[in-house]
Design a protein around this ligand. Structure first.
Ligand SMILES: Cc1cc2nc3c(=O)[nH]c(=O)nc-3n(C[C@H](O)[C@H](O)[C@H](O)COP(=O)(O)OP(=O)(O)OC[C@H]3O[C@@H](n4cnc5c(N)ncnc54)[C@H](O)[C@@H]3O)c2cc1C
Length: 461
């Protein structure tokens, strides 16, 4: 019997596991990755040698990972993917694929720390091989020592573009363009928040120094708005546009590259929380996040959430949320531990930084004008913009759910993880309405969290 079950071995899950275990609660920590660390502290197999060069402050991550491994009352199951879950009468049931077969874990005390994934926006040619997410490009470097291309354009919006460009430069790639869609002055109104989060300034300078060694110049107010394949079907060039403050195109130039890493921040991965029935809400940046109280408890008693599943805010916010969730969960099973005043102060400081991020990197609606009728929206089911419009104009869909049912947009292998969020906006545009919170939450809700082979399902517990 494990008193506290934690899903996610990133900064939030690791911090939660260590805190709960130190407080006296036995912990079971599950993560789908083969190694602990989550997205931020992703590392390759041990035989790749010292990885400090590929990370800012890997030492903090390794210390936490080693402390978790050394704690005798924490059991770690790496490579354990929760594919489905439900909650009834105070018991959460997790259906886990582990070592090729299905296991069922029941628990009355669960911490969800499932993190986030890259947010993509469609544009003509975004489905050409070579157009990738920055997270994908970085995962190849950090997790496998593989550099995705030789001439790379890094573009989109958000501070994550910096570590990706820095990682590429350090790995020997030529970063031919680094494009931030927003203007740098957007941070001006958050100077005080930056000053109280000096570690973030230090981290920023670390990346800028690495990037400048590659002679890369960052350009602001520019974005990739089109991509073209060469004769081999792979990416050959991209259109780069100067854009106005609403992201509408002003002037376009074309540049040769073999990889374009394009991302627009992150989307919280609330699939597991949604399957359990935890209440989700729409945050200020219009993303869907899990609702928590001051103790990190979700709307379900005994189910806690920490890290980017509750909103995008970086690894430091994830860690302090994890510590608070670990204490709350340990207390829930009877351990004598309390959330301290300093925990709350640190979390509030990091939350202010998260709010400043949203202010500095807004995603403006003008991106929708980059699309043409043939732009693919759902890559799994090959649905383009014209199909989506037909479902509204010809077939009478009046909401994104009906448009989805009529086109199969978001019903493929990824279950709308990539297109779900932007299809809601595109449907609302066509109908000349604003999306409701119900539309946005429905777009990220999926009963099956990850595909499962039928054989594994049939042979399962
Ligand atoms: C691709 C990517 C790269 C990033 N790189 C950086 C970076 O270089 N610098 C930076 O400051 N920030 C980076 N971030 C942001 C970063 O994710 C956060 O700051 C921090 O890692 C969030 O911590 P977390 O614990 O909330 O989630 P994560 O670190 O995302 O950890 C969540 C863990 O949960 C596991 N998980 C999710 N669902 C399931 C499931 N159903 N079953 C089993 N396990 C599951 C995942 O495998 C993952 O290991 C990155 C984000 C992404 C998406």
């Amino acid at each position: 019997m494990h008193n506290v079950v934690i899903v996610g071995g990133g900064p939030a899950g690791l911090s939660a596991a260590l805190t709960a275990a130190v407080a006296g609660a036995p912990v079971l920590l599950l993560d789908s990755n083969p190694r602990l660390g989550g997205q931020y502290w992703r590392t390759p197999a041990d035989n790749f040698g010292d990885q400090n060069e590929n990370h800012f402050d890997l030492a903090t991550g390794l210390k936490l990972i080693n402390s978790v491994k050394a704690q005798s009352n924490i059991q770690v199951l790496s490579g354990a993917q929760i594919w489905s879950a439900s909650h009834k009468d105070g018991v959460s049931t997790l259906r886990v694929i582990y070592q090729g077969s299905e296991k069922i874990i029941n628990t009355g005390n669960l911490i969800l720390a499932t993190g986030a994934y890259d947010r993509s926006l469609p544009f003509p040619g975004w489905d050409i091989p070579g157009v990738m997410t920055p997270g994908g490009v970085q995962s190849l470097i950090k997790g496998h020592g593989v550099v995705a291309g030789k001439r790379v354009v890094v573009a989109g919006s958000g501070p994550f573009l910096l570590p990706v460009a820095a990682g590429l430069v350090k790995s020997g790639a030529d970063v031919v363009e680094l494009l931030e869609a927003n203007k740098s002055w957007r941070w001006a109104s958050s100077i005080l928040v930056l000053l109280e989060n000096l570690s973030k300034i230090k981290e920023g300078f670390y990346y800028i120094e690495a990037i400048s060694k590659g002679k890369v110049r960052a350009r602001f107010g520019q974005a990739v708005v089109g991509a073209y394949a060469g004769e081999n079907g792979e990416l050959e060039s991209v259109d780069i546009a100067k854009i106005d403050r609403n992201f509408k195109i002003k002037k376009v130039r074309n540049i040769k590259c073999d990889v374009a890493a394009i991302g627009w921040g992150f989307t919280a991965d609330t699939s597991l929380a949604g399957a359990l029935g935890c209440k989700q809400v729409v945050a200020k940046d219009e993303s869907v996040v899990v609702l928590i109280d001051s103790k990190q408890q979700t709307s379900i008693t005994g189910v806690f959430a920490a890290g980017e599943i509750t909103g995008i805010g970086g690894s430091e916010l994830s860690m302090i949320e994890g510590e608070i969730a670990g204490k709350s969960a340990a207390k829930f099973v009877g351990c004598a531990v309390d959330i301290s005043r300093s925990d709350l102060i640190i979390r509030a400081k990091k939350q202010r930084f998260a709010a400043a991020l949203i202010k500095a990197y807004p995603i403006k609606s003008g991106w929708r004008s980059w699309l043409d009728e043939q732009t693919v929206l759902c890559r799994c089911e090959e649905v383009d913009l014209a199909d989506l419009k037909d479902s509204i104009v010809e077939l009478g869909a009046t909401d994104s759910r009906t448009a989805k049912l009529l086109t199969r947009c978001g019903m493929g292998l990824c279950q709308g993880r990539i297109c779900g969020r932007f299809v809601v906006d595109l449907v609302a545009d066509q109908l000349n309405i604003s999306p409701t919170d119900i539309d946005r939450i429905a777009a990220v809700s999926r009963p099956i969290i990850t595909p499962i082979p039928l054989g594994v399902l049939a042979a399962g517990e």
